[in-house]
Structure formats: structure tokens, C-alpha cells
Design a protein around this ligand. Structure first.
Ligand code: IPM
Ligand code: MG
Length: 342
């Protein structure tokens, strides 16, 4: 976040964006300061802003807290509180990083796919939920549910995204087992008739997971529910070499958005200045494009990241072993992006 903050300050200046930037607490930092993973003030300010850039939450320090007090709850609450139903997770491979992926180069080179994940419904939020019963005989349960209107609004986002890309949309479900996704498939089919130019296909989630590592370039846009999207986007991330490269956007109807890297807080490397700041920096670019309507500034950040990679700068997670690579820490990577912006 510190490196992303510096990049944001720079483009704010350079492109005279006039952005007023405020910082508020969420997650572990908020728990330590206020006892709550999402203080009311943070949510209120977030709702009033045009866009939110969010640092990953969570860590072992807070792992033993009850479900309601965990840092992750802050994240889920701000997503729901801002009504951010549409989560866009692009996975594209920078050519220089083709050999950073654990998959063979020819499988991933040229990869450019977009996962559209429903973010505030499904089993993450469904009621009833809980753990009940006598010790030794307790039962844990959650509810996976989607209404037609919830499916339709995320479907539209995905169809529109496909229209702006290669016009291929794969809807991922488990319609051979789960009724909730039988309905999902029906609604996607119906929507498909409104977008005759988009080639709509359906895939069961188990097969989709396999296809993502077998032949990921068959996909253009994938649309799926909250849980499947969570899982598939991590798999997609690895195709790009490192989850440290993946930005994401979460939007509501007004295109107000929250932008965050797909990765977590990586507590195992905290404080060592080795984290990859590029996913957060690229999230800024998505924010400038989708919520702040400043495509020039967005493109400048993206270009700078491309330049930095082309010049050989690598944080540890994206080292390929090719000659000319300069292994740098988090701060130096941020500085390299700032230099490229100049
Ligand atoms: C993600 C994360 C979150 C999620 C966690 C931290 C609650 O894994 O954004 O993918 O499951 O949505
Ligand atoms: Mg996840």
C-alpha cells in the first residue's frame, strides 16, 4: 500500500486529477485500534468516496478470533456495505514472466482472461449459516443461494465485458448437482439471447479448474458465483507467474468501486521488504479507469509496470532466472515504477 500510495500521489499530481485521498482502518489494524474489523467510520467514508483502494487484510495474530471479529469479516462487510456485487479479476501474462509460471510457457504465453465473480451473494452470505448442536454432535452448515435478479445483474456485467473483448463467455456452475446453479445456468441462457454476438458456453466448476491449468487460453471471460470465483481466480493467478501480479476491481451499480490485489496479506513475509507491490499498483490503474474515468492516468501506470518488467526488475516471486534480471525489494520496485512514470 505504501508503494501504491506513492504512485497514486504521483499520478494525481502529474495528471492534475485533484483527488483528495484519505486513509481509514480495516482488518487487523482496525481490530487493534477499535476492536472492530470494519469501524462504522471506515464504511461511512468509503461509501461517500468515489473509489477505495484496499490493502490485503488478515494474519495469524487475529486467526483465533471468532468468525465475526476476524479481519476477513471487515473485507466481506465493506464489499456488502458498498453493494459491490461485481468482482473483475483479470489474469494476463506479461511476456517477460512467461517462465515464472509453474506451467509450461506455451500453455500460458499470451494468456489474457477475465474472471467475473459475483461478490456479495452465494454461500459466502447465504442464511441460515452456523454451527449448532451438542459437543460431539455439532453440525456446521451454510446456504448457497442466488436470486434471479442477482444472477442477472452479474451476468450483464460479464456479457458486457465479453462484448468489449473477444466476445466469448464461459459460465461456470455445478448444475449437475446444485439447484442454485441450475437456476444460474437458466438465467445466463436467457441473458444470452440478448447478446447474440457473444458465444456463451457453460462448464462445470471441476472441469473449469482442470481446463484452467490444461489449456487456459481457451477462455476469454468466465462468469461464476462467489465461492467458485474465489477458487478459480487463485488458480488463474498462478498462470500469470505470481499472484503478486493480479489486481482486481469490485463494482456496484454506480461503478463506484473498491480496488484490491487478489492476493492476501502474506504475513509470512511481512516487514521484510520483499512483497511484490505490482498487484496493488495495477489495482490503482483499474480504479483510475473504472471509477475515476481517467484513462490516461490509468494507462500511464500500466505502461510503467510494463516498462519496469521489460527493464528486468523483479521481486522475488517473479524471478525467472533469465539474464539481465534485477532482483529488488518492494520499495525499490515501487521506485522503479515511479521512475518509469517520469
Ligand atoms: C479473496 C479472498 C477473500 C475471499 C477472503 C480474504 C475473505 O480470498 O478476495 O479472494 O474469499 O473473497
Ligand atoms: Mg481468494
Amino acid at each position: 500500500m505504501r508503494e501504491a500510495g506513492r504512485v497514486l500521489d504521483r499520478v494525481n499530481d502529474r495528471y492534475s486529477l485533484g483527488l483528495k485521498i484519505e486513509t481509514h482502518l480495516i482488518g487487523g489494524a482496525a481490530i487493534d485500534a477499535t476492536g472492530e474489523p470494519l469501524p462504522a467510520e471506515t464504511l461511512a467514508e468509503a461509501k461517500q468516496s468515489e473509489a477505495v483502494i484496499l490493502g490485503a487484510v488478515g494474519g495469524p495474530k487475529w486467526d483465533s478470533l471468532s468468525m465475526d471479529k476476524r479481519p476477513e469479516k471487515g473485507l466481506l462487510k465493506i464489499r456488502a456495505g458498498m453493494d459491490l456485487f461485481a468482482n473483475l479479476r483479470p489474469a494476463m501474462l506479461y511476456p517477460e514472466l512467461a517462465s515464472a509460471s509453474t506451467l509450461k510457457e506455451h500453455v500460458v504465453s499470451g494468456l489474457d482472461l477475465l474472471i467475473v465473480r459475483e461478490l456479495i451473494g452465494g454461500i459466502y452470505f447465504g442464511e441460515p449459516r452456523g454451527i449448532e448442536g451438542e459437543p460431539g454432535q455439532r453440525v456446521g452448515f451454510n446456504t448457497d443461494r442466488y436470486s434471479e435478479s442477482e444472477i442477472e445483474r452479474i451476468g450483464r456485467i460479464a456479457f458486457e465485458a465479453a462484448m468489449a473483448r473477444d466476445k466469448r463467455l464461459c459460465s461456470v456452475d455445478k448444475a449437475n448437482v446444485l439447484e442454485v446453479t441450475v437456476l444460474w445456468r437458466e438465467v445466463m441462457e436467457r441473458l444470452g439471447t440478448e447478446y447474440p454476438e457473444v458465444e456463451l458456453s457453460h462448464m462445470y466448476v471441476d472441469n473449469a479448474a482442470m481446463q484452467l491449468v490444461r489449456q487456459p487460453k481457451q477462455f476469454d471471460v468466465m462468469v461464476t458465483g462467489n465461492l467458485f470465483g474465489d477458487i478459480l481466480s487463485d488458480a488463474a493467478a498462478m498462470l500469470t507467474g505470481s499472484i503478486g501480479m493480479l489486481p482486481s476491481a469490485s463494482l456496484n451499480r454506480q461503478k463506484q468501486g473498491l480496488y484490491e490485489p487478489c492476493h492476501g496479506s502474506a504475513p509470512d513475509i511481512a516487514g521484510q521488504d520483499i512483497a511484490n507491490p505490482l498487484a496493488t499498483i495495477l489495482s490503482l490503474s483499474m480504479m483510475l479507469l473504472h471509477s475515476l474515468n481517467t484513462p490516461k492516468a490509468a494507462a500511464a501506470i500500466e505502461e510503467s509496470v510494463k516498462n519496469v518488467l521489460a527493464s528486468g526488475y523483479r521481486t522475488k516471486d517473479i524471478v525467472t532466472g533469465a539474464s539481465g534480471e534485477k532482483i529488488v525489494g518492494c520499495k525499490a520496485m515501487g521506485e522503479a515504477v515511479l521512475d518509469a512514470l517520469n
